[in-house]
Design a protein around this ligand. Sequence first.
Ligand SMILES: *Cc1c(COP(=O)(O)O)cnc(C)c1O
Length: 389
Amino acid sequence: MKIPMSSPDLTEADRQAVLDVMNTPILSLGPKVVEFEKKVAEYIGVKHAIAVNSGTAGLHLTVRAAGITAGDRVVTSPFSFVASTNALLFENAVPIYVDVDYKTGNISVDQLRQAVKDLAAGGEKAKKWLPRKNAGEGMLKALLPVDVFGQPADYDPILEIAEQYHLEIIEDSCEALGATYKGKKAGLFGKYGIFAFYPNKQITTGEGGIVITNDDTAANLMKALRNQGRAPGDTWLSHTYLGYNYRLDEMSSALGISQIARVDSMIACREQVAKWYLEQLAGVAEIELPILAPETTRMSWFVFVIRLAKKIDRQQFASNLEAKGVPVRPYFLPIHLQPYMVEKFGYQPGDYPVTEDLGLRGVALPFSGVMTFEQVQYVCDVLKQELAR
Ligand SMILES: *Cc1c(COP(=O)(O)O)cnc(C)c1O
């Protein structure tokens, strides 16, 4: 048997929705993108949704809207997909890292509290949290927590810290569409939230993403910025702002409309697959299974990541599974140790020990909402055989 790493959940209605757009002359800047935004805003329960052509583009727009500029500091997590940090680097802002909670892999609130306090105090106290070089001299402006693997970060304390120090929150919910924290939907905790729609996410538009906010001014600015900086009233060739082409086209938007209509049933399928994995792998020695925090009232299961015991050679483990048709991926590789981050900020192994430990031992198993019980069983059998060798 050969198992795909992930598969989108596509129906005949999804395909027809895209084809219907192809039978009109309007392939961009049409009614579908507006309708998609409305449907996502309704699903989340937020005033504005601004569709863009990737989650990364969405993150970048929020950084611009938050007024984060060169040298400004933003506290974020090194245990994430690189886009959450890169969006800051695009504006020459300085990501300040705080290590993560061992159980969830989300930003550690105890360390976050200490970091923000020390950074506000400045001087020697602040220094311990800064990168070795290019730390800049700017103000601490915002917090950028990431809801990893489909599980929201611990927002009650994060909101408290943000309020106390007057910091904006940008919530990278690109992995957590549909997840809830104490019954409230992920993406809603800060002034800005971002979702992404790459084919392995909970819903897909091929490429795509969306920003959500309740703030009218920020929404208008982001709508202008995604459309080459054209403000309302600007003609095609007049540009109030330095903008980008971050527009989502009509075919992608039509697919998004069709997908968001099924989002809860698609997440339920992911929950079912995760449950099969948890049952099949319960009690297996030498691995740790995903842990849900008590505050997580719904995990939307972006990926299924296990942790291998330290003594297992992950690379060998991965290639042995691959040989039996089971692809697995190391997940995540810590951001601070990516070559461009080491070069710019001088990070070293050991700087964020929990992130590095999880990064060295984490393995994403094949996962999607369309996996069958037989496929899950095959993956688990192969995995158990390999561990028993
Ligand atoms: C998927 C993802 C993004 C956005 O990715 P794109 O490929 O640009 O859509 C951002 N942050 C995290 C944590 C993600 O997993």
